[in-house]
Design a protein around this ligand. Structure first.
Ligand SMILES: Cc1cc2nc3c(=O)[nH]c(=O)nc-3n(C[C@H](O)[C@H](O)[C@H](O)COP(=O)(O)OP(=O)(O)OC[C@H]3O[C@@H](n4cnc5c(N)ncnc54)[C@H](O)[C@@H]3O)c2cc1C
Length: 439
């Protein structure tokens, strides 16, 4: 065994106490931001911690770049107008981004639409929302362990530049994306299909594109047209054969979602292991550069473009999923299943990043619903998750993990936390219909 799960108990008990809160939110991605803001507005005293120096998670650090999951899917996007399906916190954030000039109009993505956000504006909007009296924000702080009595969570151990500290709370929302808190509490988690997860992608941005010429060639659909797929299939240096390119709010700028990240030997990586994660970051540099060279050489309008930058870190789509009271199954998604305790709707396709080409399986003119108890681990007290680490099967996660839905998971987790504290109820005992009614 290379890594140990927990620190010695006596060591944890001797730590200085940073403070006491109603709720700690671990991770400030889309789900964590929505959870912290919603909890604070319910008058809970909130601490949100984040290992990076800003919020947004994969949507900002990973430059994931668009809000997916907002709209319905239809057979023919060229003859339809986008119809919004998800509102709630996602709509509030979307609106604030538009006000800040940080979101494009809806753009065609296959049989649905997305809207591309500007990461600088995203940071500003989220920062404004988090600056409230009853929210304490701690950046550059990593949750490294739990403080628990048996399976009852009492607090977290944090690591900072100044050393270790402890924080205590009545409830914890695990919005780490990786289910770090659930994992450290020793609760069951699973990874992908037999341990194989969807491949990561290194996103990057390109400037000085002659957008008119580019759009004339590529078309309105942000997914690569067949002529580009054929060129990619003939190029052995590029591992991914179907790509997405998004014009951004900035003139002449493209956001590029085009790399498939493996090990240098092409093996699938497990990015919860820092050895594999490091290799992912390194391999990313070469794949991104390779795709940029392809763009310059082959895509009209990109001849004089320049490489703006890589994402801050490689974009991770999937790591640990919890073992929840309910699990969103692949069939739930494909069949468009509805439920009485729905916290959010989704018509986002199964967008499975596995193999040469990401597989997109559409749910046209329909949607499925995500039940509340996918956020609640079967065991462990005082703990709920929000975000992509919810309980879902492998292919279901390839649909339900996108940003609009993650915002709503955060909101639902905060609503449940409020009820759980006020009524001294375990998360497992909360009637999901109550949360559904409050969404
Ligand atoms: C390459 C790529 C492209 C994508 N494209 C899109 C897209 O176009 N549109 C879309 O809607 N979605 C897209 N997604 C999906 C979307 O970005 C994520 O699913 C979403 O960001 C997940 O939100 P989250 O809050 O659950 O987790 P994350 O965004 O992963 O946020 C988790 C946060 O927790 C922090 N954290 C983790 N562990 C700890 C710890 N121990 N202590 C402290 N902090 C911690 C992390 O730093 C991070 O900020 C994409 C994802 C990837 C990887």
């Amino acid at each position: 065994m290379r890594y140990s799960l927990n620190l010695p108990t006596d060591y944890k008990n001797d730590l200085p106490r940073f403070g006491d809160f109603d709720v700690i939110v671990a991770g400030a991605g889309p789900a964590g931001v929505a959870a912290a803001v919603t909890a604070a507005e319910l008058d809970l005293k909130v601490l949100i911690i984040e290992r990076l120096g800003f919020c947004g998670g994969a949507a900002v650090a990973g430059l994931s770049g668009t809000i997916c999951g907002l709209y319905k899917s239809v057979e023919d996007t060229s003859n339809s107008e986008p119809e919004q399906l998800v509102f709630g916190f996602a709509e509030r954030f979307r609106h604030a981004l538009i006000e800040a000039g940080g979101l494009t109009e809806p753009q065609i993505y296959g049989k649905t639409w997305v809207a591309t956000h500007d990461c600088a504006k995203y940071k500003k909007v989220a920062t404004d929302m988090l600056r409230q009296d009853n929210i304490t924000v701690l950046y550059h702080t990593q949750m490294v362990d739990v403080i628990a009595e048996d399976d009852t969570l009492k607090g977290l151990v944090l690591h900072t530049k100044s050393g270790f500290t402890s924080v205590y709370a009545q409830r914890v929302i695990d919005a780490s994306g990786d289910a770090d808190v659930v994992f450290k509490l020793g609760q069951k988690t699973r990874k992908g299909q037999n341990g194989i997860i969807q491949n990561p992608t290194m996103m990057f941005k390109v400037g000085n594109v002659d957008m008119e010429t580019y759009l004339d060639y590529w078309g309105e659909n942000t997914i690569s047209p067949p002529k580009v797929v054929s060129m990619l299939e003939a190029n052995d240096a590029l591992l991914r054969k179907k790509v997405w390119l998004f014009p951004t709010v900035n003139p002449g700028e493209l956001l590029v979602n085009a790399t498939k990240i493996t090990g240098f030997d092409k093996r699938a990586l497990d990015v919860t292991d820092p050895v594999d994660h490091t290799e992912a970051e390194q391999f990313s540099i070469y794949q991104a550069d390779e795709f940029f060279n392809f763009m310059k050489a082959n895509l009209p309008g990109c001849e004089n473009s320049y490489f703006i930058d890589y994402a801050t870190e490689v974009g991770v789509r999937q790591t640990r999923s919890i073992d929840g009271i309910k699990t969103l199954t692949n069939d739930n998604v494909v069949n468009g299943d509805k439920c009485s305790d729905a916290i959010v709707k989704s018509a986002w396709p199964i967008e499975l990043h596995y193999g040469d080409k990401p597989r997109t399986e559409w749910l046209v003119d329909d949607h499925y619903e995500v039940p509340f108890h996918t956020l609640v681990p079967k065991h462990g007290k005082n703990l709920i998750v929000a975000g992509r680490c919810l309980s879902s099967e492998h292919e279901a996660l390839a649909s339900c993990r996108v940003t609009a839905q993650c915002f709503e998971y955060g909101k639902a987790a905060a609503l449940a936390t409020h009820i759980s504290i006020k009524e001294a109820l375990d998360f497992q005992a909360i009637d999901g219909k109550r949360i559904a009614d409050l969404m």
